[in-house]
Every structure is written in C-alpha cells, then in structure tokens.
Design a protein around this ligand. Sequence first.
Ligand code: NAD
Length: 349
Amino acid sequence: MIQPTIAATCPDLKKDDLIVITGAGGFIGGSLTRYFKDNGFTRIRAIDKKPLPNWYQRLPDVESLHLDLSEKENATRAVEGAVEVYNLAADMGGMGFIELNRVACLRSILINTHLIEASYQAGVRRYFFSSSACAYNTDLQKTPDALALKESDAYPAMAERGYGWEKLISEMFCQEYWAERGLETHIARFHNVYGPNGTWFGGREKAPAAICRKVIEAKDSGKMEIEIWGDGHQTRSFMFIEDCVYGIDRIMHSDALIATPINLGSNELISINNLVTIAEEIGNVKLTRHYKLDAPKGVGGRNSDNTFIQNVLNWQPSTSFRRGLETTYVWIEQQFQARKAGNRVVSDD
Ligand code: NAD
C-alpha cells in the first residue's frame, strides 16, 4: 500500500527545517506543536499573544514567543527563516463568544493578512490556514436535519456574521497568494474540535467541554440539574483533536490540495441532547435538564460532508464521539479537581 505523505515522510522537508505554529498557546496550535515534536521535528517556533505562563501546553526545546501577530513587525519576526507556517491564531470561542464578539473575530483578519504577506516575503515553502465550518452559507443550516456541508456550499456566501466572514476572506487571501504570487497555501475548514488541553470554562469553551464540565459540577455540588443552551435539538459533528492534527498534516502535504479549501471534520451527527446523554453516561449520573431558549445557539444543524477528503486523501476523521468524549471528560475532571484544590489549570488567564 502507498504510504500517505505527511511531514515526516515529505521529500522536501527535513527534520531540522523550521516549522512555525501560531496560536500555539491555544488548544489546536498547542496540540499541533506537540504532534510535530513527537514526530521528530527539532526546530519548532511556537507563537501566541498570550503570556507564556498562560499557554495550554508549553514544550521543552520549542522556541516559544509571546507576540501579537496582528502587528506587522511581529508577523515578520515570526516567520523569519521558516519553511512551513501553520496559522492557528484567531480570537475565537464557542457560540456565546462568536455571537457576542463579532468585532474581535473580524479583527483576526489582521493576523492572517500580515502573516501571509510576511511568509511570501520570507520565501516560506508552505502556508496553512485554519478556516472553519462557520464560513458556510448559514441559510443551508437552519434545521437540525440540514444536509451535510460540501465544500462548494460556501458560495453564494452568507457566512456566520463576524467570525465566518473573516474566515472566508482569509481563505481568499490564501487562494490569491497562490494564484498571483505562487505561495503554496493549504486551507482546512474545521468542524467543531474537542479534546484534552482545550478551553473548558470561562466563556470561550465549546459545547463538548461545557457539557462535560456542567455534568462534573452537578455531581460535585449534588445539585442534579443541567442548563442547556437552546432546545437541545441543534445538531453538530465533533472532531477529536488527534484526528484534527493528523488531518492538518495530511492536508498541508497534499499536492492535490493547494489553495483548495477542504472540510476537516467528523461526519458523526450528534444532537446537543444526545451529547448531554453521552456525558451523563460517562459520568454515571442522570440530571434534570433546563433549556435556556434565549442563549446563543448558532445554526440549527451542521455536519461535514467528507466525500472530497475521502476521495483525495483516502482518509477522514474516524474517532467515535463516545471514545473521544470519554478521554475529554476524564481530563476535564482532573482539571476541575486540580482547580478546586487551588491549583492553576488550563483556561485560567
Ligand atoms: P484557541 O482560542 O484555543 O487558540 C487560538 C489562539 O490564538 C489563542 O491562544 C490566542 O491567544 C491566539 N491568538 C489570538 N489572537 C492572536 C494574535 N493577535 N497574535 C497571536 N496569537 C493570537 O482556539 P483553537 O480552538 O485552538 O482554534 C485554532 C484555530 O482553529 C483558529 O483559527 C480557529 O478559528 C480555528 N477553528 C477552531 C475550531 C474549534 O472547534 N476549536 C473550529 C473551527 C475553526
């Protein structure tokens, strides 16, 4: 069987070539940094605007820089000498954050705009941009049984206000830098990512982490109730972090995917009610549900159509939601107990 091309087997990438990862103090950027380190890459530069003590994962022998990449000079400094650049930096969070902080989300346009120009000027070989399923036309996602989104569904455009439009425009920058200037770019549209080492409280957490935390809190307090945003019928697919970082690597090193946005998500559709049930089963508890109908809840339904990724890469994210959530639940429970004992944990700013 032909082995897939990944960074570790890519003919034009050496183990001591400089890899730059932005947003590395956050969830996916931190996990991607660990992934490359585990795969034997020896020169990794990790960058985030968060002060270093607040990074979710800080790894030894990784050059870790505290820089705000919405500033042009910092973007130039960030990519000096880089062979590959992975842009995972953005102001982002779950639906509550995205709906109430549209200006902050839109301003992430500055990060990609400066970083891609700096990468072009610096002669970077490959550039990765983390787009989102929020770039898709929201008119196609009104009901819980909405059809899975395929790549062409982004146009005609009616993206999520703020966050989704920023992603769509940054995608276009990536496409035009390739078309007009020859910078090789790769673009993945992530569908909800979850797993250990991500935000689990504080307002930016996404549904899987939030529900696990609420179940853990209910058990801890003995108050056997849970608040659910919306009516619980909204559907989503959720991708486990290990599938996400491997998928980024596959997409970045596929010649068939230059400047071509592609879904990176699970196609296992889960309703929020179902998510609560699975979390309750993992926690071995049954809670009384209260629905907060005026809370931010996003589109009615969203799933990833994986026909394209399956055709091009002969692969798609496959970790079952139950298995991924079990791992996540255990990790959040450890974090919860550590925090309760007065220790500093991930998500503490
Ligand atoms: P995260 O919030 O955990 O990480 C993003 C990091 O970017 C943060 O640590 C933040 O401090 C940093 N950042 C923000 N502005 C910056 C700036 N000006 N300069 C430098 N660093 C800056 O989020 P994440 O879940 O790891 O998301 C990573 C990427 O994936 C983002 O582009 C996000 O939009 C995209 N994405 C994530 C999901 C998901 O479900 N997590 C879904 C779709 C797309």
